[in-house]
Write a protein that binds this ligand. Structure first.
Ligand SMILES: [Ca+2]
Length: 180
């Protein structure tokens, strides 16, 4: 009996340590992913998945963790929120970008090769995306058939050095329709 209870005690201690380790590992995994939870499809039919994702103005390319495959029909739609690409300028806007300043580096700069925006031909402050090395302007709405395979990344069109004075975030809905 005494041996049995000792074994039980050790089993209990081992179980407690194992569950504590599991909690710590889970916390590390969650914190390493940043503050956004992994994408959860909010509405699923056999071949359509719908997600929501928050895009922060002051961060470079943000990984949605949504895998896009070649041939997928992708729809990205602005849902809510405002952001600014320069808090000092005082303009807040949605995914369309700064329609007051209407600044396109490739048009305004005397030498377009100095432009550091990800898409110098797109207005600053606009929502843009990429899959693999294929960049595209989104604004408030974009539907396309993907020519690439990879995770969907989103950000504001602003140069990395210019992110420090950005604020706000917008939420978008992303739907991915697999062919067939
Ligand atoms: Ca900025």
């Amino acid at each position: 009996m005494r041996d049995n209870s000792r074994i039980l005690t050790w089993v209990f201690i081992f179980a407690a340590l194992a569950s504590a380790a599991a909690v710590i590992i889970a916390a590390l995994i969650i914190s390493s992913r940043g503050r956004q939870p992994p994408p959860v499809a909010t509405s699923v039919t056999p071949n359509i998945s719908v997600y929501q994702f928050q895009v922060d103005a002051d961060k470079p390319w943000q990984d949605t963790d949504i895998v896009i495959s070649l041939g997928d029909r992708v729809t990205i739609q602005y849902v809510s929120g405002t952001w600014t690409g320069g808090i000092g300028a005082g303009q807040w806007y949605d995914a369309k970008g700064d329609m007051v300043a209407r600044y396109k580096c490739a048009v305004e700069a005397r030498d377009p090769s100095v432009c550091k925006e990800p898409m110098p031909n797109v207005y600053n402050g606009t929502l843009i995306g990429k899959v693999d090395d294929n960049l595209f302007e989104i604004g408030e709405y974009l539907q396309f058939t993907s020519s690439r395979t990879g995770n969907l990344f989103l950000r504001m069109n602003d140069q990395d050095e210019g992110l420090f004075d950005n604020q706000g975030s917008i939420t978008v809905q992303i739907s991915v329709q697999r062919p067939g």
